[in-house]
Design a protein around this ligand. Structure first.
Ligand SMILES: Cc1cc2nc3c(=O)[nH]c(=O)nc-3n(C[C@H](O)[C@H](O)[C@H](O)COP(=O)(O)O)c2cc1C
Length: 205
């Protein structure tokens, strides 16, 4: 009888924890040959067998992720719903293969985007986004080295800010229309965290 060693990972029952582990394995191109997930009230246990066990153990500890927050103006007024859909579709495809996760909010002519991933991947994507002619005035609002993703469950989640309950926006903004230029990066980040907590982000990975 063949026997194999397995790795057990205890996960907090919070959005994105399982995705974080699986993304780290995907990034390192580790093949998972068997997998079970056991879910209890406080935690989840993920057990898996992989082709390279030593690499699999490392994959989840060595990945300091970089973090960007951006805001930008929207150029084209017409056809914006279709354009946003097309940006999201290609973003999700590209991000999945590059270990990028995040959220794209739009409304009132402004984008607010959070991107997470390895430092090189985030830097490269940022330079592509800045050069994109579909928007202008891209501003880096916040940059931070993180050890844990916030939006690990989304290859690029989305939120229409103009459809939000104004009480959420007013918590973080002087006016009912959120303007990322008028507040600090940390305040924008707090809004994004609130959107996550209130299940306002759509488009799971
Ligand atoms: C608001 C906005 C957000 C974007 N977000 C992403 C993203 O998360 N991932 C991605 O691959 N492309 C994203 N893009 C598209 C990139 O700007 C770019 O078109 C894409 O990376 C292809 O780059 P290339 O045409 O230089 O190859 C975004 C574009 C806009 C306008």
């Amino acid at each position: 009888m063949d026997t194999a060693k397995q790795v057990s990972v205890f996960l907090e029952n919070k959005p994105g924890r399982l995705a974080k582990v699986l993304s780290a394995l995907a990034r390192e191109k580790i093949n998972v040959t068997a997998l079970t997930v056991m879910d209890s009230h406080e935690h989840t246990v993920l057990r898996f067998v992989a082709d390279d066990l030593a690499k699999a153990k490392q994959a989840n500890t060595k990945d300091p992720t970089a973090y960007y927050l951006l805001a930008r103006h929207w150029l084209r007024k017409q056809d914006s719903a279709k354009a946003i859909e097309s940006i999201l579709e290609s973003s999700r495809q590209h991000n999945l293969g590059n270990g990028i996760t995040g959220v794209l909010c739009y409304g009132g002519g402004v984008f607010l985007q959070a991107i997470e991933g390895g430092r090189a991947a985030v830097n490269e994507l940022y330079s592509h986004i800045v050069a994109d002619k579909r928007h202008t005035d891209v501003v880096l609002l916040h940059y931070e080295e993180i050890t844990e993703r916030r939006f690990g469950g989304w290859t690029m989640g989305t939120v229409n800010l103009s459809k939000l309950n104004t009480s959420i926006v007013l918590k973080y903004s002087e006016k009912p229309e959120f303007d990322p230029y008028a507040v600090s990066g940390r305040v924008s980040l707090a809004l994004l965290e609130e959107l996550m907590a209130t299940a306002s982000i759509i488009g799971r990975a």
